[in-house]
Design a protein around this ligand. Structure first.
Ligand code: ADP
Ligand code: F6P
Length: 488
């Protein structure tokens, strides 16, 4: 490991998803913005530093598809190199939809009853990881820093080593790491843990995730020992030594806050409020995913209207959901469930001039999303479990007036950092959320401002560039003296 400063090594980011995805629209290929927190977080990092991003183009390879041609416009503007890993339909089905989305995603979010542990998924996961590692070996040099993102690609360091390719490697997990009782259900638990020990640095969103990992490691490899204090520790297991750290991911605060200040975006925010006749606005923004607690959130709003008649006609709930993993049956069913719940609340409470729930099922342009954030009186972020949840941070960054309230699930990684000044709720407790909403809607202006100011300060300081620097410093430098506990 060299003692190079974090700024000097070329960064090679490796993730399943690239910032853009190819999608077939009316028999023609179109280039769409990739969805989700990983893309939101990593795109400004690479734009700022340059380097390379290796990933899958989002569609199974097709002989007629000219991937490089389709992505050429994006590549010439991006400011970094893009390399794609082509995957067949069978690989996409078994590695991405299967292993990643039907095993690791539910298991790591504590929803084990949704897991389908098919051995064929595991084999596809290994084959695809090997395929990715071959591209990484070809597209990088020994001087590069290889930064692997998320649960789809936990075996990159393992395969690079098995090919005899020497690289400085770091891995960051964007989703939670489960406690031992849950992780132990994974039939391939030993191989996954062992593969993670092959990285030079493994990063998690929270200290709790890091502890969960250490607990699993010690159950499977009792000789493993951790030394050090603070956000980053050094682990020894057999003849391996590597680092483990907690690095809460974040957003480009200035970009969100600056956009919200632009006159045309402020106008859009005003238009949203005016269209709703300046009633209070509660806002939910999510990928449409069963971990996000959207049905429970709609039911909580329903409870608010039933329990507190003073709220009827006075408040709107806007839920914006970006389509995600649409090919998967559970996501199709969730979409139907949400539509039915929205219909039920609106059917029971609407009257001429007031429809309580506004539901948008689409990806919004960045400016429009920011306009909604700045128009909202309450950001309602209630995932059942979440690695971090960037929406919570985006809401605070866009709230330049400082008058909004963040109502946040205690099971989102973001709660570890924002708990002191957000209104924390249990996302399963619909009566509790209704009560919290009622209270938050009655908070005085000074109280709201004081809390939002602190929240914004926390997100501003610990922004995405702070996150990159902290991770790379832990990955590249020899000294670990500069790693205090994570600030809350
Ligand atoms: P996850 O990583 O599980 O998707 P996050 O909350 O961390 O969850 O990140 C979600 C990202 O997707 C955020 O950056 C958010 O702005 C973006 N997003 C969510 N819904 C929409 C939407 N309807 N239109 C555009 N972007 C969206
Ligand atoms: O942030 C968590 C994450 O799983 C990312 O790895 C992923 O890119 C994002 O959510 C969206 O999911 P998907 O890539 O499956 O559309």
């Amino acid at each position: 490991m060299s003692d190079t400063q974090p700024g000097l090594q070329r960064l090679v980011v490796v993730s399943n998803r690239l910032p853009v995805a190819l999608k077939k629209v009316d028999d023609a290929w179109a280039v769409k913005q990739g969805a989700g927190g990983l893309v939101t977080a990593m795109a400004p990092v690479l734009k700022n530093r340059g380097g390379a991003w290796i990933g899958w183009a989002g569609a199974s390879s097709d002989p007629d598809m000219d991937v490089d041609g389709l992505l050429s416009d994006f590549c010439s503007d991006a400011g970094y190199d893009l390399a794609t890993v082509p995957l067949t339909k069978q690989e996409v089905d078994d590695y991405y939809f299967g292993f990643s989305n039907e095993i690791i995603w539910p298991l790591f979010h504590d929803l084990q009853t949704r897991c389908r542990f098919h051995p064929r998924y595991w084999r596809a996961y290994l084959d695809v990881n090997f395929k990715f590692a071959e591209v990484v070996a070809r597209k990088s040099t020994p001087d590069d820093y290889i930064w692997v993102q998320d649960y789809h690609l936990m075996h990159q360091a393992f395969f690079l080593k098995s090919m005899g390719v020497k690289r400085n490697t770091g891995f960051f997990l964007h989703i939670p790491f489960p406690p031992p009782d849950i992780f132990m259900k994974l039939p391939w638990r030993w191989k996954v843990i062992q593969a993670l020990t092959e990285y030079d640095l493994v990063g998690f969103q929270t200290v709790q995730d890091r502890r969960n990992f250490m607990g699993c490691l010690q159950r499977l490899m009792p000789e493993a020992k951790a030394e050090g204090r603070g956000a980053v520790v050094t682990v020894t297991v057999g003849n391996r030594r590597f680092r483990l750290g907690a690095f809460p991911i974040s957003i480009d605060y200035n970009q969100f806050s600056g956009l919200a200040k632009r006159p045309e975006v402020a106008q859009q925010a005003f238009d949203v409020k005016e269209a709703l006749r300046h009633r209070k606005i509660i806002l939910g923004v999510d990928r449409l995913d069963y971990t996000k607690g959207i049905p429970e959130r709609i039911q909580s709003f329903h409870t608010l209207l039933r329990r507190y008649p003073d709220m009827v006609g006075k408040v709107n709930f806007i839920q914006i959901a970006v389509p995600s993993r649409e090919e998967v049956d559970e996501y199709k069913e969730l979409r139907q469930e949400i539509e039915q719940l929205v219909g039920r609340v609106n059917g029971e409470f609407s009257f001429p001039g007031w429809v309580p729930v506004h539901y948008h099922y689409r990806s919004l342009p960045h400016e429009e999303l920011v306009a909604y954030y700045s128009a909202a009186d309450i950001g309602l972020v209630t995932p059942l479990r979440d690695g971090m949840n960037l929406v919570a941070k985006e809401y605070c960054a866009c709230n330049n007036s400082g008058s909004g309230v963040l109502v946040l699930s205690e099971f989102a990684g973001a709660a570890a950092q924002l708990q002191k000044h957000a209104y924390l709720v249990n996302p399963y407790d619909m009566e509790g959320i209704a009560k919290a909403l009622h209270r938050a809607l009655h908070w005085g202006r000074d109280e709201r401002k004081a809390s939002m100011l602190k929240l914004r300060e926390q997100v501003r300081k610990n922004n995405i560039f702070w996150w990159v620097d902290s991770f790379l410093q832990a990955g590249i430098s020899k000294k670990l003296d500069d790693f205090p506990e994570i600030e809350t």
